[in-house]
Design a protein around this ligand. Structure first.
Ligand SMILES: NC(=O)c1ccc[n+]([C@@H]2O[C@H](COP(=O)([O-])OP(=O)(O)OC[C@H]3O[C@@H](n4cnc5c(N)ncnc54)[C@H](O)[C@@H]3O)[C@@H](O)[C@H]2O)c1
Length: 333
């Protein structure tokens, strides 16, 4: 199989490439990434000399480059995105550019050459799940922040291209991921790194926001199942564990690192912060047989251990901005 992976130098895309080669050594993969925030070339260090792998520093918004590449592959998987909600609050424009226009640029190549497309989206497009509500794939889309709104817009574009042009596509909506190689500004790595450095650990608002999580390898395996068993034109939710509050996650990390809970510092809440995300993923389980393989507590311990043992990976990435307690207050225009 010839695959074009967009955003394969980031957290989830790099895990997809490594996992795919482990199980399909004969596949050919082109990794296209413009190496913006969230990316790290070290994430794919161990496969850079694989003769079936090629890296291109390019932008998904470059339509002619995308068209030329899509012509010669079987499938495109798009992980490329501006992915941090806090940054989207500080400065939404790059999110509109990459997440909407970048998806448009890929879709144009897909419809021209009739190739398969996996569009990697997020459960955040559903917005707040009030009470006991859990969203399925037919639930209303109701994004609360600029990041989620741009991802929702891209989802609509994909479904419109399926309806209008009949393109072969699947949209995935996954819950919060964690694991090695996640950029230090996200909740779990930031908590681990600040704790290791004996800095106060910020919690937005009262810390009672509820999320469900998935270990990154389970996410990329779900995508593998959809490549072979998913139905074109369909949307698939992906999630793994029981719902849990941000406060509980942070306390679990402090416990693993044997640090006191008094290191937690409550800071002003993120504007528009969703209180609860909740999705149901029985569709992917029933149609493809996918099930998460990792236990949450074990995977969290494994992740903390990875950050402890790989300080040389994250040290060059951190500055006052990435570890800032309230990053949306930074003027990043
Ligand atoms: N991290 C999560 O918890 C999560 C959950 C659900 C869905 N997702 C989605 O999964 C995808 C990957 O997320 P991630 O956490 O790995 O993000 P990430 O920020 O770690 O990686 C994104 C990658 O895309 C690249 N990129 C950004 N703009 C680009 C452009 N214009 N052209 C080419 N490359 C570009 C970056 O350089 C980076 O390598 C995103 O679409 C995100 O919305 C993430």
């Amino acid at each position: 199989m010839n695959i074009l992976v967009c955003g394969g130098t980031g957290f989830i895309g790099s895990e997809f490439i490594k996992n795919h080669f482990k199980k399909n050594p004969k596949s050919k993969i082109i990794n296209l990434d413009n190496l913006t925030i969230g990316s790290n070339i070290k994430n794919i260090e161990n496969i850079k000399n694989n003769s079936n792998y090629k890296f291109l520093k390019e932008d998904i918004r470059n339509e002619s480059v995308m068209s030329n590449l899509i012509k010669d592959v079987d499938i495109v998987i798009n992980f490329a995105a501006e992915s941090h909600v806090d940054r989207s609050i500080a400065n939404p424009k790059p999110f509109l550019d990459t997440n909407i226009l970048g998806t448009y640029s890929i879709l144009e190549g897909i419809r021209k050459y009739d190739k398969q497309f996996i569009h990697v989206s997020t459960d955040e497009i559903y917005g707040d799940a009030h009470g006991k509500l859990s969203f399925d794939e037919n639930s209303q889309i109701n994004p609360s922040n600029p990041y989620a709104a741009t991802k929702a817009a891209a989802d609509h574009l994909v479904s419109s291209y399926h309806r209008t042009y009949g393109i072969n596509c699947i949209t995935t909506r996954c819950t919060n991921n964690f694991g090695p190689n996640q950029f230090p500004e996200k909740l779990i790595p930031k908590t681990i790194i600040r704790s290791i450095k004996n800095l106060k650990v910020p919690l937005y608002g009262d810390g009672m926001q509820i999320r469900s999580w998935i270990y990154v390898n389970d996410h990329v395996q779900a995508i593998e199942n959809l490549i072979s068993k998913g139905k074109s034109g369909e949307v698939y939710n992906i999630t793994a564990y029981e719902e849990i509050t941000n406060k509980t996650i942070v306390e679990k990390i402090l416990d693993i690192l044997k640090k006191p809970h008094s290191m937690i510092e409550y800071v002003g809440d993120r504007p528009g912060h969703d209180k609860r995300y909740s999705i149901n993923c029985s569709k992917i389980e029933n149609q493809t047989g996918w099930k998460p393989q990792y236990n949450f507590d074990d995977a969290l311990k494994q992740t903390v251990t990875w950050y402890l043992e790989n300080q040389s990976w994250w040290d060059p990435l951190i500055d006052d901005d990435t570890l800032h307690p309230q990053p949306w207050t930074i003027n990043s225009k």
